[in-house]
Design a protein around this ligand. Structure first.
Ligand SMILES: *[C@@H]1O[C@H](CO)[C@@H](O)[C@H](O)[C@H]1NC(C)=O
Ligand SMILES: *[C@@H]1O[C@H](CO)[C@@H](O)[C@H](O)[C@H]1NC(C)=O
Ligand SMILES: *[C@@H]1O[C@H](CO)[C@@H](O)[C@H](O)[C@H]1NC(C)=O
Ligand SMILES: *[C@@H]1O[C@H](CO)[C@@H](O)[C@H](O)[C@H]1NC(C)=O
Ligand SMILES: *[C@@H]1O[C@H](CO)[C@@H](O)[C@H](O)[C@H]1NC(C)=O
Ligand SMILES: *[C@@H]1O[C@H](CO)[C@@H](O)[C@H](O)[C@H]1NC(C)=O
Ligand SMILES: *[C@@H]1O[C@H](CO)[C@@H](O)[C@H](O)[C@H]1NC(C)=O
Ligand SMILES: *[C@@H]1O[C@H](CO)[C@@H](O)[C@H](O)[C@H]1NC(C)=O
Ligand SMILES: *[C@@H]1O[C@H](CO)[C@@H](O)[C@H](O)[C@H]1NC(C)=O
Ligand SMILES: *[C@@H]1O[C@H](CO)[C@@H](O)[C@H](O)[C@H]1NC(C)=O
Ligand SMILES: *[C@@H]1O[C@H](CO)[C@@H](O)[C@H](O)[C@H]1NC(C)=O
Length: 862
């Protein structure tokens, strides 16, 4: 197949070119003039103004189809031109010969690459246009008002040109001037306005699609009432609000999609009038109330997505009448009560069902029935199931099964290992009371058994496994060497068990592994060599064990590593500055070990170019603070406050021939220090933190620290630091937590520190500081314990020594505890089966949130 593709392409290309010339040649040979000479010439010129490049079209079967020319038989004028998906690349200029085709009525240039050209104003000359389609064509800039004056337009499609903007009043102008419109598609065009009521005056409108246009305000209810409306798609406009109207029996709506908007209120009973409705997507909104039982009258429904709202009450019985349903997603609401699973078993077409994340108790009968629907995706987490439901025995096409958060006890029955034995790719059994299993489907790629009561030695999943996690169980013994035979494994999580012994040397053979989490066990001995050549490893977490010896030098080969957590072990080594060679390393946790010696000035090859979070706390490191490293840590010197991205990775797991599961993993982090807590469920790309506390650092705090502009968290407390607090700290404008306590710092607190407007935790207690406490701004919110105790010369109203100006002081407060922790996590989110589901193309939003225990670490000092 793969080989023949280019041939087909070439053949089609030739054929279509020939057709193009045939049409043109016919007229020049004087037989029956099909097209006017000048228009023929204009077409040729138009063609020549572009290059053909396969990557200019998204459609993989695109080809330069010059056969899409239609001339009027009588007049010889070109009246239609369809060059969609024709691999055209180049600018479309205002003087393009295209605009000489003044008789054009239909123009379709979808899916080409016009190189971010603005849409030429010359479209004005094509005033006879009734259909204009320019979607997916890489246009940019403001849509010219000339387009909005093509008053004969019946179809206007400018969708999926994300660089294109509509003028503020654009929708109003369209409503006023393009009164014949039947189809208006502006998806992913930047509109950034509300939707004017007047749009409801477009009485011929059948299809309106405004997905992801940055719309806001209240959506005009009149639009729902347009008599011919079949398709209304306004999803992914988070600030667009509105309510659903009373629907009429006369409604022709086929597809209603409002996912990821702020629509609210109840789903009206009259929704039952939408006899033609095939698809209802209202997920990720703010709908409340009950699911109306009248929905059972919408028997043409094929896709029903109501997940992630605030719907309550019971699942209506009438749902069993939706015999055409293929997809039913009502998870993540507040539905309650007993639900007979029989209800769904009557829906023979159903293949995708998600009920997780409600308060329902699912009742399943023991009977099996071979006429059951064949599920592909079945998510029944948190459904109060006491055992594996019998109907599963008949399922042979499941790809994804989630029975997490139920109350299933004991050994996994043998027959479960045969459920969809060939197709099952992902099985989630987390948060149950399972003690073990014998057999599992042979093609399993993703197996989640975290938070159960698995006992004995580590069960080995089938060789197909890619992601295996059994964290938070009661597994004992050593890691069997058989684990190293899992040659496809990418993610292995054995954390928080009672596993022990030595780590198998062969772990380094898992050449596909991306993550390795063994934290919270009793492993001892040294850390094996981990990375071979071309290692894909992105993170290791061996923290909270009893590992000894040095940081293995083989880590230097793990060139993809982003995060290393070896904290809370007994590693006896000097600071491994050679890790600075890792080009991707962002998180390094070595706290609570036995690191010793001084941090030597860094080799020029070891610059830690991406390091953002470092924890060396609770070791025995001595000497000066590593100012040269501070200079090298370039990633910490960037202030990127605008970034809304998070540290993480998307891995695509093929779970069956047709579908893939995108697993997005994000790091999470909690930093706790003496009563302050900073918690990030996802670590934003801008998070920068240094913890060097509880070591034996001495000397002054280098001024260089002021270079680390992006720092948000700095803890160098409990060392032997002397000298002044450097004024350069005022450069750290992002700083939220600063702990310099328990040192021997002297001098005054630089008054400029009051400029650190984000600072919410500040501690300089147990030092030898003198002079007044700065006041104003943030400093007025800090309490006594930030400053007090053994700073005998520090004065302030709440301290025993008063300053001359009582206004300098701070209000008293409760004492702080001395809790202290730096807590890492890794949170996995499965994507792929979410809102806006498209059959065949798995795209969408978050469905299941998986909380893996990666990088867990807690420790305390007095
Ligand atoms: C086609 O476009 C791609 C992406 O813009 C570019 O990398 C490639 O060089 C182009 N090929 C030709 C033949 O111009
Ligand atoms: C069209 O205009 C562009 C600049 O906008 C110019 O480079 C090009 O030569 C012009 N082409 C013709 C045919 O006039
Ligand atoms: C609407 O069309 C009328 C005539 O068709 C034209 O005069 C007017 O400028 C157009 N309005 C806008 C805002 O384009
Ligand atoms: C829109 O329709 C309403 C009611 O049909 C009418 O009163 C109003 O004049 C129309 N607006 C325009 C600009 O045509
Ligand atoms: C229902 O019908 C009435 C009268 O025919 C009309 O005014 C109203 O806009 C319609 N509403 C909807 C939502 O279709
Ligand atoms: C309009 O929407 C209907 C219903 O979804 C659809 O069948 C039809 O193809 C759409 N028409 C156009 C031109 O996109
Ligand atoms: C959801 O809707 C309710 C009204 O039903 C409103 O009070 C609340 O503010 C809305 N929530 C959000 C997040 O908009
Ligand atoms: C469903 O439709 C039937 C007939 O059109 C009607 O009698 C019934 O009330 C409807 N049921 C609901 C729950 O709306
Ligand atoms: C969930 O539904 C129950 C009633 O079933 C209600 O008491 C509760 O307030 C709802 N919770 C939320 C968060 O809406
Ligand atoms: C299977 O279900 C169908 C429809 O619900 C029913 O007619 C049939 O009797 C059932 N068969 C068995 C063996 O239960
Ligand atoms: C303060 O930050 C600026 C960049 O914002 C940098 O150029 C300067 O060297 C820093 N000053 C000190 C003392 O670190």
């Amino acid at each position: 197949m793969g080989l023949s593709f280019p041939l087909i392409l070439i053949v089609r290309f030739l054929v279509s070119l020939m057709m193009f010339y045939l049409i043109l040649a016919a007229s020049s040979s004087g037989v029956q003039p099909l097209c006017h000479d000048d228009e023929r010439f204009a077409l040729l010129q138009f063609k020549e103004s572009f290059i053909i490049n396969q990557s200019a079209s998204r459609d993989p079967s695109a080809y330069p189809k010059w056969d899409g020319v239609e001339c009027n038989k009588d007049t010889g004028h070109v009246i239609a031109l369809d060059l969609s998906s024709s691999c055209l690349k180049g600018f479309l200029n205002s003087n393009s010969s295209l605009f000489r085709l003044a008789h054009l009525q239909n123009l379709n240039l979808d899916d080409n690459d016009f190189n971010s050209s603005p849409i030429p104003t010359s479209f004005r000359r094509l005033s006879r246009l009734t259909e204009l389609s320019l979607s997916y064509s890489v246009f940019s800039g403001q849509i010219p008002s000339e387009i909005l004056e093509l008053s004969k337009l019946v179809l206007l499609d400018l969708s999926y040109n994300p660089l294109l903007k509509l003028q503020k009043s654009g929708l109003t102008v369209i409503a006023q001037n393009l009164t014949n419109l039947e189809v208006l598609y502006l998806d992913q065009v930047v509109i950034s306005s509300n939707v004017p009521n007047i749009l409801a005056n477009l009485s011929f409108l059948t299809n309106l699609s405004l997905r992801k246009c940055d719309l806001h305000g209240e959506f005009p209810v009149g639009i729902f009432g347009l008599p011919n409306l079949q398709l209304l798609r306004i999803g992914i406009n988070e600030y667009l609000t509105g309510c659903l109207p009373e629907f009429n029996r006369t409604s022709l709506l086929v597809s209603l999609r409002l996912g990821s908007t702020n629509f609210y209120g109840e789903l009206p009973d009259s929704i039952g009038h939408l006899k033609s409705l095939v698809r209802l997507t209202a997920c990720y909104c703010n709908f409340s109330g009950e699911i109306p039982s009248s929905l059972g009258n919408v028997t043409n429904l094929n896709v029903l997505e109501l997940q992630s709202n605030r719907l309550s009450g019971s699942v209506p019985q009438s749902i069993s009448r939706l015999v055409n349903l293929e997809l039913l997603y009502i998870h993540d609401n507040n539905l309650s009560g007993m639900v007979e699973f029989e209800l769904f078993l009557r829906l023979r077409s159903l293949s995708h069902l998600q009920l997780s994340g409600n308060n329902i108790s699912l009742l399943t009968k023991a009977s099996t029935n071979s006429t059951f629907p064949k599920f592909r995706i079945l998510l029944l987490a948190d459904c109060d199931l006491g055992k594996f439901p019998e109907f599963l025995r008949n399922q042979d096409q499941l790809e994804l099964l989630d029975l997490g958060g139920n109350k299933i006890h004991g050994q996994v029955p043998k027959w479960v290992g045969n459920v969809s034995i060939k197709t099952l790719g992902a099985l989630d059994l987390r948060y149950n009371f399972l003690t073990g299993f014998d057999q599992l489907p042979v093609n399993l790629k993703d197996l989640l058994l975290d938070f159960n009561m698995l006992q004995g030695s580590l069960p080995i999943p089938p060789p197909s496994i890619a992601s295996y996690s059994v964290s938070n169980n009661r597994l004992t013994g050593e890691i069997p060497h058989l684990i190293c035979n899992l040659s496809l494994i990418t993610n292995l999580d054995l954390s928080s068990n009672n596993l022990g012994g030595l780590l198998p040397q062969c772990l380094g053979n898992l050449s596909h592994s991306v993550s390795l989490d063994l934290h919270g066990n009793n492993f001892h001995g040294t850390i094996p060599r981990i990375c071979g050549e071309a290692s894909k490893l992105m993170m290791i977490d061996f923290s909270q064990n009893h590992l000894q010896g040095r940081v293995p030098r083989s880590l230097a080969k793990c060139t993809k590593l982003e995060a290393i957590n070896l904290g809370n072990n007994q590693i006896h080594d000097i600071f491994p500055s050679w890790l600075g060679i890792l080009p991707e390393l962002r998180i390094l946790i070595l706290g609570s070990n036995k690191l010793y010696g001084t941090i030597r000035s860094s080799d020029s090859n070891f610059k830690f170019p991406k390091l953002q979070i470092i924890d060396l706390s609770n070791n025995h490191i001595s000497g000066k603070l590593p100012s040269e490293h501070f200079q090298n840590w370039k990633a910490m010197q960037i202030v990127d406050a605008e970034s809304l991205t998070y540290m993480g990775k998307i891995q695509t797991l093929g779970i069956s021939a047709e579908s893939t599961l995108d697993i997005t993993s994000f790091y999470s982090i909690t930093m706790i220090n003496k009563g302050t807590k900073m918690e990030y469920e996802k670590v934003p790309d801008f998070l920068i933190a240094i913890d060097l506390s509880s070591n034996k650092f001495e000397g002054e705090i280098p001024e260089m620290v002021g270079n680390l502009n992006g720092l948000i968290w700095l803890n160098i407390s409990n060392n032997f630091l002397t000298g002044p607090i450097p004024y350069t700290l005022t450069n750290l404008t992002r700083l939220e937590s600063l702990d310099l306590s328990q040192n021997q710092l002297s001098g005054v607190i630089p008054p400029q520190l009051t400029e650190l407007t984000f600072l919410s935790h500040f501690n300089v207690s147990h030092n030898r500081l003198t002079g007044p406490i700065p006041h104003g701004k943030q400093f007025d919110t800090f309490n006594n314990s930030s400053f007090s105790d053994q700073n005998p010369e520090l004065c302030g109203n709440t301290l025993s020594k008063k300053c001359w100006n009582p206004e300098d002081s701070l209000p008293p407060s409760s004492s702080h505890n001395s809790e202290f922790a730096f807590d890492f996590g890794w949170k996995e989110i499965v994507m792929g089966y979410g809102c806006g589901f498209v059959f065949g193309a798995m795209s969408g939003q978050i469905v299941v949130t998986k909380k893996y225990g990666w990088f867990m670490k807690t420790f305390g000092i007095g």
